[in-house]
Design a protein around this ligand. Structure first.
Ligand code: SF4
Ligand code: SF3
Length: 500
């Protein structure tokens, strides 16, 4: 069959190999071509040292992430912005298997880094150093003579630079919106007009909360926006009422016929169904043809007007609550208690179970894993993978909940801080702690985070539900040899092996 496109960047890629006709995510062959041209233009520009502003670089990389931008016109505008003939990504695909694997790993890691750096940039934080690395990495992808010796150090450096980006974003979010504190977030949708905000961009949420103040419109979070409730500067808006729905892959079902407006600030956007496409809006790097897009002026009037016109529910809907807000400061404020509990044997093991969720079968692993963790263990979680189990009641250990949501995927930084603090307290290395990371991956931010964990030397990570299609057997061998990275098997077998 004729190959119309080539994309293998996410976990749901067709046949576990590559999307070659149309994206499983809904991306068309033409959109994939434009995303390749945009990436190719960035590679040429980096190789030639041509001027590309940090903002354009980050937007262009972010726009090519899975489930972000399906809008050909927006991609064409970004290509014109870079304004340089593009490097043909076909050359990367034609390289030997290991070079192709490492260049892909590097490119996808850079996309993840760019997403996090973008959020820091819009809050006014300096990303110049991060962008310098991104340009160096892009230039290396365009170097035809580069192979394993040149690329492997860059892949590892990408993990380090991603930690820098996560640290910067942590600082930006904490300084802009306050230090996250644990909170219970209602899942009840109150009567009256409402807007549901999805994605990761806390600045967009804050701007919308300002513009909806006193207008009789309630605001709810969706997906990765749940941890926003933990920040005082966002929670202080009394019309930020609660949380709508679950993880991103359920949106086509959960959004149907809902009498409210939806705003996507970042991934993960799925092609909207006719039952609700008239009420979905995008902003920043997100785009989809035919949807209302809020531009750089951040005038959310069309979203607010849509919510008012739809009017919301006549009676309250849904029920229950999620708890979130266990960032590094919140967890480490209990450091004495945690250390005491480990010493007394009340806590035997910590698990970090989280990452990106997806629609493919096999992801019940994470639900079953958490359900089966023994009562003397603590489960830290983050990112949208948490929706597999964050409604489970798994109890407490003393005054501590056994399940603690640390936040969005970028709050992997919090998990790293907690691990380093515990290692410091016990005078050992992170790998000597009774701590195991059980990660789910889906898109490219998860790739960047995995590289960060490898850069920190963290071993024995369990990764699922499947291994990335872009990892060659030699690269996988390297990861297994040096980091004991292992695929998830069954919850029973993995728990037995970890706790054995
Ligand atoms: Fe396929 Fe994933 Fe690429 Fe979409 S992003 S085209 S699903 S590999
Ligand atoms: Fe989820 Fe898309 Fe990655 Fe931020 S919202 S974690 S998949």
């Amino acid at each position: 069959m004729e190959t119309k496109m080539f994309c293998m960047q996410c976990e749901q890629t067709a046949g576990g190999q590559a999307c070659t006709q149309a994206g499983v995510c809904g991306k068309s062959a033409n959109t994939a071509r434009l995303q390749d041209e945009l990436t190719g233009a960035l590679i040429t520009a980096a190789g030639k040292g041509a001027a590309v502003s940090d903002q354009l670089l980050l937007e262009a990389l972010f726009a090519t992430l899975t489930n972000v931008n399906f809008d050909d016109a927006a991609l064409e505008k970004l290509i014109a912005g870079v304004g340089i003939p593009f490097y043909d990504l076909g050359q990367v695909r034609a390289a030997d298997e290991d070079t192709r694997s490492l260049k892909t790993l590097l490119l996808l890691g850079c996309r993840g880094v760019a997403a996090y750096a973008y959020h820091a940039l819009v809050l006014g934080y300096a990303v110049a150093e991060i962008c310098l690395f991104l340009k160096k990495a892009l230039a290396a992808i365009g170097e035809d003579g580069y192979g394993l010796p040149e690329l492997l150090p860059l892949v590892m450096e990408c993990g380090k630079v991603n930690i820098d980006a996560l640290a910067l974003l942590d600082k930006a979010n904490n300084e802009s919106f306050g230090t996250p504190a644990p909170r219970s977030v209602s899942r009840v949708i109150q009567p009256g007009p409402f807007i549901v905000v999805s994605g990761h961009d806390l600045r967009d949420l804050k701007l919308l909360l300002e513009q909806t103040r006193g207008k009789g419109v309630s605001v709810y979070t969706h997906g990765e926006m749940l941890p926003a409730h933990a920040y005082h500067e966002l929670k202080k808006y009394t019309h930020l009422k609660g949380h709508f729905g679950t993880a991103w892959q359920n949106q086509q079902k959960e959004f149907a016929d809902v009498p409210g407006a939806f705003l996507f600030t970042t991934n993960c956007l799925m092609p909207p169904k006719p039952a609700y496409s008239d009420r979905v809006f995008t902003t920043a790097v997100v785009g989809y043809p035919g949807l209302g897009h809020i531009g750089e002026d951040k005038d959310f009037t069309p979203v607010i007007d849509k919510a008012l016109a739809l009017g919301g529910y006549a009676e309250a809907q849904g029920g229950g609550a999620f708890t979130t807000g266990f960032g590094h400061n919140a967890v480490l404020s209990h450091a004495e208690t945690i250390i005491g509990a480990v010493k007394s044997g009340a806590i035997k093991h910590f698990f970090l179970v989280g990452g990106c969720d997806g629609a493919r079968p096999g992801r019940n692993y994470y639900t079953d894993f958490v359900r089966q963790t023994p009562p003397d263990t603590v489960v830290l979680t983050l990112a949208c993978g948490k929706y597999r189990f964050n409604d489970l009641e798994i109890g407490e250990i003393g005054s501590l909940p056994r399940l603690m949501d640390m936040g969005q995927c970028n709050d992997a930084y919090s998990a790293v801080q907690v691990a380093l603090a515990l290692a410091g307290a016990f005078n050992c290395g992170v790998n000597d702690l009774p701590l195991t990371l059980v990660l789910s991956w889906y898109e490219q931010k998860a790739v960047a985070i995995l590289l960060s964990l490898l850069h920190l030397g963290i071993r024995n990570i369990r990764l699922g539900p499947t291994l990335p299609a872009f990892v060659s057997s030699n690269v996988l061998h390297y990861l297994v040899e040096n980091f004991s990275l292992a695929p998830t098997t069954t919850p029973e077998a993995d728990l037995a092996a970890i706790l054995g």
